[in-house]
Design a protein around this ligand. Structure first.
Ligand code: GDP
Ligand code: MG
Length: 319
């Protein structure tokens, strides 16, 4: 598991943590908070900024996030468990696309608070089908208008706010910019206020449900998506074949799976330049995340048509 660097407590400190955790009236609160919306509206970026730690990968391309990821934020007696989703979009026939939308839809059903993210420049008509999924009883709903740093004239937000109000779905509407850190503390306070009473489901220093191996594979995938423009649209997966923690260094061996020989050539680049750059960028992020020196070895393999083959997808971890 990945633990935050902030709290470094001895292993037998559970009791201390528990006492530290109780609020004055002794009541803890804890709940799941779903981040939903179309791909590319800034869900993963928002999660990273709310947590103050890069956990979920982001890129300019839609559908960067492929499966739900939990990000846990515990402050005193309150624990918010954010569910970052792959984003809701109308599915094309491919098995991988269907898998992603299924994961995102399940998050809408199972959470205590739903945060609907919408890009400040988008029109509500395109998102009505997502809003229709959200009218579930007993769930608290917030609307988040993202990327407001991109609007020079903030007056332009007014029609969007009006449209969102008219849906009568949301108790509050928050215009935010994750990149400029605008509106985030107000949003976080509201989320914490709405959490239901309940015991914490994760230890207070744990920040995700995912293993270090999973996060390592995601970081490599992010670098591929960011560096390869549209040349590798959706066809890569990363398998961690080796992950060994030694005294001074963590050794990671990762296989990049693509669909075609041409894509393999693109990922490797001229005299291996591209692969080297992907490796360097990924290693820097991994060292930050794992707080340890990292040796990363990457290689590329072709598996034809894996994004449309459920069996192959299972073998690559999308089961
Ligand atoms: P997701 O698909 O909804 O998870 O979106 P991402 O978090 O991957 O973000 C998609 C793109 O929007 C990335 O290129 C981000 O850098 C960009 N982005 C996210 N938040 C902001 C923001 O507050 N302002 C601006 N200008 N760009 C943002
Ligand atoms: Mg995402």
């Amino acid at each position: 598991w990945i633990f935050s660097k902030k709290l470094k407590l001895p292993r037998n400190s559970c009791l201390i943590l528990k006492n530290f955790n109780e609020s004055e009236d002794g009541e803890n609160s804890c709940g799941f908070v779903g981040l939903v919306g179309k791909p590319n509206v800034g869900k993963s970026t928002l999660l990273n900024y709310l947590l103050g730690q890069k956990l979920s990968i982001t890129s300019r391309k839609p559908q960067t996030t492929r499966r739900n990821l939990l990000g846990v934020d515990t402050r005193g007696s309150k624990q918010a468990i954010y569910v970052d989703t792959p984003g809701l979009h109308k599915t094309s026939g491919k098995a991988l696309n269907k898998y992603m939308v299924k994961d995102a839809t399940s998050a809408v059903k199972d959470v205590d608070i739903l945060c609907f993210l919408t890009d400040c420049r988008s029109v509500i008509e395109d998102e009505e089908w997502i809003l229709s999924l959200m009218s579930r009883p007993r769930v608290k709903r917030l609307a988040i208008i993202s990327k407001i740093d991109l609007l020079r004239d903030k007056q332009l937000l007014l029609p969007k706010i009006k449209n969102l109000r008219e849906t009568k779905l949301f108790s509050d509407i928050f215009p935010v910019s994750a990149l400029r850190k605008n509106g985030l503390s107000e949003l976080r306070s509201k989320i914490f206020e709405l959490l239901p009473v309940g015991t914490h489901l994760f230890p207070d220093d744990q920040i995700t449900d995912k293993s270090e191996r999973f996060l390592a594979s995601e970081i490599v995938r992010e670098k591929i998506m960011r560096q390869l423009g549209d040349e590798i649209p959706h066809c890569s997966a990363v398998i961690i074949e080796g992950f060994s923690r030694e005294k001074k260094v963590i050794r990671i061996r990762a296989q990049i799976v693509v669909e075609r020989d041409g894509q393999k050539r693109v990922v490797i680049g001229k005299s291996g330049d591209r692969l080297k750059k992907i490796g360097t960028e990924a290693r820097k992020d991994l060292e930050n995340l794992l707080n340890h020196q990292v040796m990363l070895h990457l290689w590329v393999k072709v598996k034809r048509g894996w994004t449309n083959n459920s069996l192959e997808m299972g073998q690559l971890g999308y089961d």
